[in-house]
Design a protein around this ligand. Sequence first.
Ligand code: AMP
Length: 408
Amino acid sequence: MAVKLSDIPFVESLALKGKNVFIRVDFNVPIVDGQITDDSRIQGALETIRYVRDQGAKVILGSHFGRPKTEEDRKKLSLEPVAQRLQELLDCEVVLVEEPLSEAPKALLKTLREHQVLMLENLRFFAGETKNEKGLVEAISAYTDVYINDAFGASHRAHSSIVGLPATVSQKAMGFLMKKELEALNGILSGAESPYVAVLGGAKVSDKITIIKDLMNKVDGFIIGGAMAYTFLKAQGNNVGTSLVEKEQIQFAKKMIEGMEAREKKLLLPVDHVVAPRFDAVADEVKTTDSVVVPEGFMGLDIGPQTIKTYAEYLGQAKTIFWNGPMGVFENELFNKGTFAVAEAIAKSEAVSIVGGGDSASAARESGFSKDFTHISTGGGASLEYLQGVPMPGLLALQGKFKDHIVK
Ligand code: AMP
């Protein structure tokens, strides 16, 4: 069910002048060799940060970054590169606070100048964050007057900075990015125009079972690609070579195929493939099949040209499209054509198009058509859960309604 936006306080309704405002952002960005490869989550948070700063408040930013476990991870998963990028984008100094639980932030806030913002070091460096323990909450709330949640991509987690802090800080609201995310997803939850097509791809059927079951009753058709297509093709009795198949999901795939037939809805599967003997194959080992059959000793790593054509035609008729998961191993340029072609077809369609975060959001951007999507969510797991109507701890907390027992 769509959450009513009017039930959640919005940052514009709060008086912020002179306050210390903690903004929970989602700066969990991809970094390769110390370089941020996609800064859209940082870009997405700028509006709220600028607004809060322009209201004459002091900004304290908090985010998680990766899943630090060891001492070594602390070096790799510092928010330092993010602070640098934000500094360029905001055109102001970003002061990274290494010890958010110490007295340092309080002292820094006292002397913080207009063109400075504070950023707390990776919140997951502190054991209490993922367990919603009160130590972290008490430390941060001691220097926070107002709590803003702009981290849609992290709001399905009942962590300290998502539920504990807003329970302790009396003034709280959502930011601009959170509002934008909810508006976009509410649009397809409460009024998806038909034909509504869900494009699902990626690695595993098992990761997407609940969303598939949920969408079966809402969409007019599915387009299936990526590794998960091979479990469906196997379920139909096709030869899939050494493609990734989840044996334990074959029964589910069969039921889904039957279920869609019974509902007289479409379920499109690949009819040809780009195949190779291995994931890390070189160009001259790659070939394109001329049928649904994957030859022995080969694995399907992208959808083929005939499949692209069929999928693009169907997408061209759609009025609403939800996309989650790449059509192939798109990180490798030998296997990225299917994913980029689907991105192009979605972008060129007349449909309201929502990309549900993660790899498909990166692919949508890399395809060069990102401006033509209605909305590219910054949250992968979060957007899937929201669309299924799973209550989001972060949104409940903003309404003072979060109860531990609903944590999954
Ligand atoms: P997910 O996180 O479930 O959306 O899965 C994304 C991952 O699925 C990407 O890393 C892709 O490389 C991978 N993937 C997509 N298609 C295939 C395929 N045919 N075989 C193996 N992996 C794939």
